[in-house]
Write a protein that binds this ligand. Structure first.
Ligand code: C5P
Length: 230
């Protein structure tokens, strides 16, 4: 049986490429993330196929953000696809609308602060001064208050989020995970699979270190091995 703590991000642009990768990974990986990059490349059809024909779990990473009525409708429609996890931005009004729209059919994960951002990026976006980790943990707390089933955060903030009173029974999902020696790419707040799990992550999301590897199955197996030591 696969260790579903590992979620592989299928950021491949087209459903056929995603399907090919999932076939190569076989039983080693049981949980896939489909994101905005595949929206126009058949992402929803791929989600259906991976779920219905391959028995995989699906995390749809849409990072929705809009007025509550629109978020509610978007989530209601997506929840009908029998998706396991769906992301929205962690602003409380967005989270509340999404949780209502999902009506328990899909777990709503709130994005705290993107793992590709650092303090300079927050300054550019006019986000209030202060420590990035503290802002991330505060956004997580507010998302939990608004009813989120879990949050997306960097492994660096996972332990502090896990310690929040509102975190009991909620999920922490961490992208920005890099096996020892792997290229960071555009991720700025990274950690190894073992460190992310040790910090309290329920799931880690890994993309490029798997799908860009010459041997994706070997790369996934190495990550699973590293995770097991966490
Ligand atoms: O290739 P890499 O391992 O960096 O992929 C990480 C994935 O996690 C990407 O699909 C990215 O969109 C997603 N993600 C992220 N940071 C967040 C939320 C999602 O990197 N805060």
């Amino acid at each position: 049986m696969s260790d579903d703590r590992l979620i592989v991000a299928l950021d491949l642009g087209h459903a056929l490429a995603g399907l090919d990768l999932a076939r190569r990974l076989g039983d080693a990986v049981g949980f896939y993330k489909i994101g905005l990059g595949m929206l126009t490349g058949g992402g929803l059809a791929l989600a259906r196929e991976l779920k219905d024909d391959f028995g995989k779990r699906i995390f749809l990473d849409m990072k929705l953000f809009d007025i509550p009525a629109t978020v509610h409708e978007a989530v209601r429609g997506l929840a009908a696809f029998d998706i396991d996890f769906l992301t929205v931005h962690g602003d409380p009004h967005v989270v509340r609308a999404a949780v209502e729209g999902a009506a328990g059919r899909t777990k709503i994960l709130a994005v705290t602060v993107l793992t590709s951002l650092d303090r300079a990026d927050l300054d550019a976006a006019l986000i209030r001064p202060g420590d990035l980790a503290a802002i991330t943990v505060e956004r997580a707390a507010r998302a939990f208050d608004a009813g989120a089933d879990g949050v997306i955060a960097s492994p660096h903030e996972a332990a502090a989020i896990r310690a929040l009173p509102g975190a009991a029974g909620r999920l922490i999902v961490t992208p920005g995970v890099r096996p020892a020696g792997a290229a960071a790419g555009d991720q700025k707040r990274i950690a190894t699979p073992a460190a992310a799990i040790a910090a309290g992550a329920d799931h880690i999301v890994v993309g490029r270190p798997v799908w860009q590897a010459p041997d994706p199955l070997a790369a996934a197996q190495a990550i699973l091995g590293e995770m097991a030591t966490g």
